[in-house]
Ligand binder design. Structure first.
Ligand code: BES
Ligand code: ZN
Ligand code: ZN
Length: 496
């Protein structure tokens, strides 16, 4: 699907459907002042238009005499307009038109309120990219798409509008790449294929270098915890290490490291998951897909920040070599870990990968992982859990999340949680004494592997990673692609 700008006052002749935004005036009806006299007349002529009150996400169709269909798109009260209302309303429109295979034109001048023009234009584009996505690789039927979306816009300088379009495309396509990775089934996307696909994609980006560590290299690196998760696998573990270096680097250039949990399937291992909990565990690599999506977008945008990305890939399977509960393994940093539950595997992989990332001396590390079911209990499907060792970094991520209209909430890692994961016979154990506070106890576990002086934040995306049925710009089932926008916003804002 193509998105194009039309900076004239007239819709393109080839556009088969035109979207006209409309505002509500409460009991006083609709605000269509900005519409042409002709459109207003045609709208009024259709009897049922009286029911259209232009509340947010409401739509109404009528036809012009030349055969062009008009979709009136409600945006609610103009004074209360927000970027998220724009996103949701545009998403609702795209969802209704997605299967039409039409060229549509979207007249957006009239809701680009002074002061927020760029922000709203970006929100429109984000919504179009995020909503038009569908995962059809394994379907025999044709993909349902829009042929082309033309944004009719005179209210923003052409150059600025084009720059926003360009960067929205980079972000939008990176979200789609991440979603594709998550949705691809585990019989296809094993750790070896995942690493190859990331490598092939990343190689094409200017300023990006790729290094992939396989089993031998991980043995050399003493990644005992990571390897213990891979012990029952038919595939090699892979640590994909990507570096993006901006064109100009000075002493002040910030270095951000992203780390992702890339479990291509989590059966639970010998602590086997019950069958209903095992379904969808292909999505246990959403952390890796999320940070890769953010890395990809930031690198394509050419941000003035050095960004490293470390993806720990394996599955968690069962065979006679697989790790059994009661095992004690040694981590890359020398700490010994009593593995009491092989289903708490994500933290084992992350432990070694985080420690490896620390060796590269970043100013800060952000990891993303579908780490705990407990985060769904505490924060639901809607909110991402954030925790770490540095309040400034956590605050910055929370601010970015707010700016991007993504929900994030801090969970505290208290000293008691550290105490709870002490083991009588090893340095620590991989689960706490009870299920309670499970997400932050996992956070406490991870903290053991962060080297002194490095700021670190952990994002538990087990809830927000998929099935966002409340958001019209996310598929109700499957990968959400959420949190990528927040991480990219944070990285972009870190440029000196
Ligand atoms: N991948 C799961 C976490 C998960 C659960 C993500 C449900 C999405 C939905 C993780 O590896 C896991 O199994 N965690 C255990 C930890 C427990 C054994 C301490 C959990 O949450 O039950
Ligand atoms: Zn698990
Ligand atoms: Zn897992």
């Amino acid at each position: 699907m193509k998105i194009e700008l039309n900076s004239s006052n007239k819709a393109q002749a080839a556009s088969e459907l035109v979207i006209l935004p409309a505002f509500s005036k409460g009991k006083k009806g609709t605000d269509l002042d900005h519409w042409s006299a002709n459109d207003k007349k045609l709208f009024a002529k259709v009897k049922s238009s009286a029911h259209f009150t232009a509340k947010a996400e409401q739509t109404f169709f009528f036809n012009r005499s030349n055969g062009v269909t008009v979709m009136a798109l409600g945006l609610g009260d103009k004074k209360k307009l927000s970027a998220e209302t724009v996103r949701k309303s545009v998403a609702t429109a795209v969802n209704q038109l997605k299967g039409s295979n039409k060229q549509i034109e979207f007249e957006i001048n009239h809701f680009l309120v002074e002061g927020s023009k760029d922000k709203y234009l970006q929100a429109v584009l984000e919504a179009i990219y995020m909503t038009s996505y569908s995962f059809t690789e394994f379907k025999n039927s044709e993909a349902q798409t829009l042929k082309k979306v033309v944004i009719q816009l005179t209210a923003v300088d052409k150059k600025i509008a084009n720059a926003i379009l360009k960067s929205a495309k980079k972000l939008g396509e990176s979200i789609q790449v991440a979603r594709d990775f998550v949705n691809t089934p585990p019989n296809v996307l094993n750790s070896e294929v995942f690493a190859k696909r990331v490598e092939e994609d990343a190689k094409k980006i200017s300023g990006v270098k790729v290094k992939v560590l396989g089993k031998k290299a991980l043995e050399k690196e003493n990644c005992g915890l990571f390897l213990s998760v891979n012990a029952g696998s038919a595939y090699e573990p892979k640590l994909v290490h990507l570096t993006y270096t901006p064109e100009k680097v000075t002493k002040e250039t910030k270095h951000i490291a992203l780390v992702g949990k890339g479990l291509t399937f989590d059966s639970g291992g010998y602590s086997l998951k019950p069958s209903t909990s095992m379904v969808n565990m292909k999505f246990d690599m959403a952390g890796a897909a999320t940070v890769y999506g953010a890395f990809r977008a930031a690198a394509l945008m050419g941000v003035d920040v050095k960004v490293s990305c470390f993806l720990g890939m394996t599955d968690n399977m069962v065979n006679s070599h697989a790790t059994v509960p009661d095992s004690i393994m040694t981590a890359r940093n020398g700490k010994t870990v009593e593995i009491l539950n092989t289903d708490a595997e994500g933290r084992l992989v992350l432990a070694d990968v985080l420690n490896y990332a620390c060796d590269h001396k970043p100013d800060e590390i952000i990891d993303a992982a579908t780490l705990t079911g407990a985060v769904l209990v505490s924060l639901g499907h809607e909110i991402c859990g954030v925790m770490g060792n540095n309040q400034e970094l956590i605050d910055a991520l929370n601010t970015s999340a707010k700016e991007c209209d993504e929900y994030m909430w801090q969970l505290p890692i208290i000293p008691e949680f550290h105490k709870d994961i002490k083991s009588p016979i090893a340095d620590i154990k991989n689960i706490g004494g009870s299920r309670f506070g499970g997400s932050a106890k996992a956070g406490a576990f991870l903290e053991n592997f962060i080297q002194d002086g490095i700021a670190w934040a952990h994002l538990d995306i087990a809830g927000v990673g998929d099935s966002q049925s409340h958001l019209p710009y996310c598929p109700s089932k499957g990968a959400s692609g959420l949190i990528i926008r927040t991480i990219v916003h944070h990285i972009s804002g870190s440029a000196n």
